[in-house]
Design a protein around this ligand. Structure first.
Ligand SMILES: C[S@@+](CC[C@H](N)C(=O)[O-])C[C@H]1O[C@@H](n2cnc3c(N)ncnc32)[C@H](O)[C@@H]1O
Length: 228
């Protein structure tokens, strides 16, 4: 399995809150949630890069986390900082999540960060529906992923390893998709959620030594599940 190989090569790779400062800046609903017990579900958690910075600023968070790669689940389960705050399990999120692990309406927030882009587009809707079951009414879904026009898309397009429109095969066997704004708007509509925010985040990095301008584009969206 490609993602397990990915984590096998990166053994000892641990969560770094430094890399994810944007998480706290962008997801204020979680950071400033005043409740005592707040349940968050991170899908495709990897080594926990999103959970660690959030827990540092809000210790009332309790996490469920899943990943298709057992090595990632092993790594996140062994993370000292997350101990006592985390229930982690192996799960292919394109498949229904067993009710023995997560009952209906069990979490206040869902994090789907750079994960849907690794899944086949034919499974996008089913994946989102699988997650809908566990989100409480009034709960918020946080989505961030690669946006159409990101510099990486150009590179993949030139290499010729295209699987379908905006979907490419990486050299290590994993896949990457670039989302349009229209598509993410449609995800929200399909779920019947209220759109709280949707934006294309554009970052331009200049490498003066190599005389390179790198334009990174990410789509970020927040959707609220209605009460009825
Ligand atoms: C690009 S990484 C992002 C990891 C993490 N969310 C982050 O932002 O650092 C994609 C993650 O999604 C996981 N993944 C890929 N397909 C999945 C699936 N069908 N179900 C659950 N996890 C999946 C991979 O194992 C990997 O950990």
């Amino acid at each position: 399995m490609y993602w397990d190989k990915f984590y096998l090569k990166r053994r000892g790779f641990v969560a770094s809150s430094k890399e994810r400062n944007w998480m706290c800046r962008e997801f204020k609903e979680i950071v400033y949630d005043p409740r005592d017990d707040i349940d968050v579900f991170e899908i495709g958690c990897g080594v926990g890069n999103s959970m660690v910075p959030l827990l540092r600023v809000n210790p009332s968070l309790k996490f469920y986390a899943c990943d298709i790669a057992p090595k990632a689940v092993d790594a996140v389960s062994a993370d000292e900082y997350l101990k006592g705050y985390l229930t982690a399990f192996v799960q292919d999120v394109t498949q229904p999540i067993p009710t023995s692990i997560m009952t209906d309406y069990s979490v206040d927030y869902i994090l789907l960060v750079f994960v849907l882009s690794t899944i086949s587009p034919s499974m996008f809707d089913q994946t989102l529906k699988n997650l809908d079951r566990v989100l409480r009414p009034g709960g918020v879904f946080f989505f961030r992923d690669y946006g159409e026009g990101d510099m990486k898309q150009d590179i993949f397009e030139k290499r010729g390893n295209k699987l379908s429109e905006r979907f490419y095969l990486r050299q290590d066997g994993t896949r990457i998709y670039f989302f349009s704004e229209e598509e993410t708007t449609n995800f929200c509509k399909m779920l019947g959620y209220e759109s709280m925010e949707q934006k294309m985040v554009c970052n331009t990095n200049i490498n003066h030594k190599k005389n390179l301008t790198m334009v990174r584009k990410y789509i970020q969206a927040k959707w609220r599940k209605p009460f009825n």
